[in-house]
Design a protein around this ligand. Sequence first.
Ligand code: TYD
Length: 144
Amino acid sequence: MRTKSSIYDCCIIELNKIHNRSGNITVIEGNIDIPFAVKRIYYLYDVPGGAERGGHSHKDLQQLIVAASGCFDIVLDDGKNKKVVELNRPYYGLHIVPGIWREIINFSSGAICLVLASHRYDKDDYIREYNNFTAFKNENSSII
Ligand code: TYD
């Protein structure tokens, strides 16, 4: 799956929104609102103008990425196809399956990129060189 995964396996999940005149709440429960159990949450903030994040793939990690504040674009790449997803609402999450190269660009001022992750941090789960990523995607490519 991780070597065969495609950008078309990554989709926007519309999250619930509990309306209130004094503000809204969005609740995310692992394996209920999103298709994996959450083992780790982190968020990017104070991203300087023009900075780009990501620039890697994961072998096994799944993530849900939410623009908790502001907006940014996520470039998804499976080695064959690319697409750009804009996140700009705190009640939409992008589910990224394993084996997808991603870059996060065009951060607005004050943007907060909230990430829910299926595994604890493991540096060995990262593929940080694009050449290694394409080699990984081509592994077992002859096996149907
Ligand atoms: P990285 O995942 O490469 O950030 P991004 O994709 O946003 O550019 O992580 C940046 C640094 O932070 C890297 O040295 C590893 C460290 N880090 C942790 O120690 N634990 C974590 O859970 C995460 C996400 C990163």
